[in-house]
Design a protein around this ligand. Structure first.
Ligand code: SF4
Length: 444
């Protein structure tokens, strides 16, 4: 009997990507095949994103395309919260479920396309690390769902609920399986990585016979034993983060922190209801750098939040000049349906938002250019993502660069027959521009 085939569309952030990977793993475990096109599929699952208006539109378009080309569509993911909106545009969708609703998605798939009866999940080939949508050498590791904060511009807690941390034993088992499968870099993700375990009251668990607490520090220390790059995303500057800097200094995990500061003006941070908004972040960054001088910090910011004055914005620019963050992204504020910030007064006109965005990016570029220029002549290890199809160049990343969001290190004049994606190279930096580095190979 032929295996039923399910088509899959995965949209949104790395957290949604991990949800897709879990659903795909379960589908394969139960004997479904993943179809390469809509036409060959018995049904299509669309994992949507509902974060900002453009993502909502992209999700609705993807659902429409799947309906036109296949007809049988199950919708899941963040936009699933707004079933009425989906059904008003696409009344024929078979089922709508919310984010991280793996069981609901599987039940719906079973309802419309039953799994092959004789399937034995212990015989069929699902790799122990599950199905991954990332390249073979790096993988996202999601440690929790939901969030206990209530930032006024965000609807994630409405979509995904309060924080639910996975037991540390299960997170570590997954991390170990990834390493066994050849993953060289683990990217830890969640909505608030530094809050890991708070909801479980740091419950004690076991991994490989070791007692471990379901706690941020313990997780970082345990991941640091695996011998691969470990990169932390979505960390907030809480006091308990300081101890993790020592693990970075000692080379256990990468000296890299992705901290979504969003703003610097205390008044705006308060209006945003940001976690740890009363921390003195400049002092904190200074302290972290004194513990771990190589620390690379990446962050994102929002300009033009309701109520942001020119003074608040100047405060942000001054803060940025002093903080000298390695990597920054910036967005102009746009309202998200259902977010409490929509009720705030003093909206910033679009042209001012745009002007602030451009001024912010100029400062950010100056800082990045200087930081990267200072790396010329230094030697470091980089991880190869891919080989340039035309030139003798390996496209790689250093500890300071997360995939997709940060820069690259282009290793030039290499012998492509000797180098593969996923390989670590030791290089010397020879040149830099605003975002990327260029290097020569020292050793493989
Ligand atoms: S920390 Fe704030 S922005 Fe992040 S998911 Fe939680 S509520 Fe949303």
């Amino acid at each position: 009997m032929k295996s039923p085939k399910v088509g899959f569309v995965s949209l949104g952030c790395p957290k949604a990507l991990v949800d897709s990977e879990r659903i795909l793993t379960q589908l394969r475990t139960e004997g479904y095949e993943v179809a390469a096109s809509f036409e060959g599929a018995d049904l299509v699952v669309v994992n949507t994103c509902g974060f900002i208006e453009s993502a909502v539109q992209e999700s609705l378009d993807a659902i429409g395309e799947a309906i036109n080309e296949n007809g049988k569509v199950i919708v899941t993911g963040c936009l699933g919260k707004d079933e009425a909106k989906i059904r008003s545009m696409h009344p024929s969708v078979l089922k709508v479920t919310g984010a991280a609703a793996y069981q609901d998605v599987m039940s719906a798939v079973h309802e419309y396309v039953p799994p092959p009866p004789a399937h034995n999940p212990f015989v069929d080939l699902v790799p122990p690390q599950g199905i991954r949508l990332t390249p073979k050498h790096y993988a996202y590791l999601k440690i929790s769902e939901g969030c206990n904060h209530r930032c006024t511009f965000c609807i994630i807690p409405q979509l995904r609920g309060d924080l639910v941390s996975r037991p540390i034993g299960s997170v570590m088992d997954e991390a170990q399986a990834l390493v066994n499968a050849g993953v060289k870099e683990i990217l830890v993700i969640s909505q608030d990585t530094s809050a890991y375990g708070i909801d479980t009251k740091y419950k004690l668990d076991f991994w490989n016979g070791q007692p471990l607490k379901t706690k941020f520090y313990d997780l970082c220390a345990a991941l640091g034993q695996l011998g691969v790059w470990v990169r932390l995303h979505y960390v907030y500057p809480y006091p308990h983060v300081d101890a993790v800097l020592e693990l970075m200094r000692d080379g256990k995990i990468l000296p890299y922190l992705d901290i979504p500061f969003q703003h610097a003006s205390p008044r705006i941070l308060k209006l945003m209801k940001r976690p740890a908004h009363s921390e003195n972040t400049l002092e904190k960054i200074k302290l972290w750098r004194s513990i771990c001088p190589d620390l690379a910090i990446r962050s994102t910011f929002v300009v033009g939040f309701p109520g942001e004055t020119e003074e608040d914005f100047q405060y942000l620019l001054d803060w940025l000049r002093e903080a000298k963050l390695d990597r920054v992204g910036c967005f102009t504020y746009s309202p998200i349906e259902g977010a409490p910030a929509n009720d705030l007064p003093d909206l910033v006109p679009d042209e001012i938002k745009q002007d602030r965005y451009e001024r912010f990016m100029l400062v950010a570029q100056e800082i990045s250019t200087q930081i990267l220029k200072d790396k010329i002549g230094k030697r470091m290890t980089v991880l190869v993502d891919e080989l340039d199809p035309e030139y003798p160049v390996a496209v790689a990343r250093s500890y300071a660069d997360a995939p997709e969001i940060d820069g690259n290190v282009f290793v030039e004049d290499i012998d492509k027959s000797q180098i593969q994606p996923g390989q670590m190279l030791y290089v010397e930096i020879t040149d830099a521009d605003e975002y990327d580095l260029f290097a020569k190979l020292i050793s493989v």
